[in-house]
Design a protein around this ligand. Structure first.
Ligand code: NAP
Length: 308
């Protein structure tokens, strides 16, 4: 099979499209013929050598989001059979989703939504489940709460805006000028253009801030939250700032969950969740896709397609 291998840390040029050995599924795993993978910022943060606790042996194949068709099942797998279209956020070892075939643990997989293309489904798992986990599992968002989402046009943000609106929150989101209409169309009640306005002068008494940006954006958010409110971040929190402002702050790391993903697929098929694809690259052009994602202005998601 063809795959994108990494032999060292570095720029996008360390990603090499070449022949690779077929991965072999274990007893509780599926072998999947990949339709698409998607790019997440963790992909290029790892490639740059910035995730030291993620130990892998070079050459390695990265990629955590996948959609495709099951071509083989391990002997303990009962839920899926050959020919099933699935999507998953995989816990890769050395053989990730930037490949024509990948091994997926059955517990991480879900049937792909029927109302979108199989390739598009690859954009959902990591970003979509992160939005879900941050809002509802870590943050306990409830109907009627006022919520500020930083980065409403990104991979996580486009799902977060829609899920929060669906849950009945009052959704305020930040983005830049070109993405205002997109974020509004996803259901945001108010959109703040961070390139023209200082959000900290526009909102106050928030129940919840969902932060996918960090830095100054997070620093300016603490004082906007009600005393019993909270800030949930995908990127780490400043605990001193949380304590100084008398609010709760939580950082979390996404855990894969096939059942949760199945629920999200259901929301897509029911018309409650749109998947925004910014750009699509063939797998052979993964380096260019990384360079694009690293600019930090992806509108929704970037996917890598195999042509299968
Ligand atoms: N902890 C976890 O488990 C976990 C899971 C997923 C992601 N993450 C992290 O969460 C972060 C977001 O992930 P992602 O996939 O959503 O990234 P992404 O898709 O690359 O985010 C890009 C978006 O950020 C927006 N943006 C950039 N600067 C902004 C600012 N100052 N204010 C508001 N919006 C701004 C951009 O909008 P404009 O183009 O309009 O500027 C763009 O649409 C990443 O750092 C990622 O590593 C963590």
């Amino acid at each position: 099979m063809k795959a994108v291998k990494m032999y060292q840390f570095g720029g996008p040029e360390v990603l090499k499209y070449e022949d690779a050995d077929m991965p072999v599924p274990g007893p509780d795993e599926l072998l999947v013929k990949v339709s698409a993978a998607s790019i997440n910022p963790i992909d290029w943060k790892y490639r740059q050598g910035h995730i030291p606790n993620m130990k892998r042996t070079f050459p390695t194949i990265i990629g955590w989001d996948v959609s495709g068709v099951v071509v083989e099942t391990g002997r303990l797998v009962t839920q899926f059979t050959k020919g099933d279209p699935i999507f998953a956020r995989i816990e890769t070892t050395e053989s990730g989703a930037y490949a024509e075939y990948v091994v997926v643990r059955a517990a991480e997989a879900a049937y792909a939504p029927k109302s979108i293309s199989l390739a598009t489904a690859a954009a959902i798992p990591l970003a979509g489940m992160t939005a879900w986990a941050g809002l509802f599992e870590v943050g306990k968002l409830r109907a009627g709460m006022s919520l500020l989402i930083h980065g409403g046009s990104g991979g996580v943000g486009t799902f977060a805006v829609q899920l929060a609106k669906y849950a009945g929150a009052h959704v305020i989101a930040t983005t830049s000028t070109t993405n205002i209409e997109l974020v509004r169309s996803l259901g945001a009640d108010e959109v703040i253009d961070y390139t023209k306005e200082d959000f900290s002068t526009k909102v106050h008494d928030l129940d919840f801030v969902f932060d996918t940006i960090a830095g100054d954006t997070q620093a300016k958010s603490w004082g906007l939250i009600k005393k019993d409110g909270m800030l949930v971040s995908t990127l780490g929190i400043d605990e001193k700032a949380a304590a100084a402002n008398g609010v709760r702050g939580k950082h979390f790391m996404l855990q894969s969950n096939g059942a949760r993903l199945q629920e999200m697929g259901g929301l897509v098929d029911a018309g409650h969740l749109k998947v925004i694809i910014d750009k699509e690259y063939p797998l052979s052009e993964t380096a260019a896709a990384h360079a694009e994602s690293e600019k930090g202005h992806t509108k929704g998601k970037i996917i890598l397609t195999t042509g299968a």
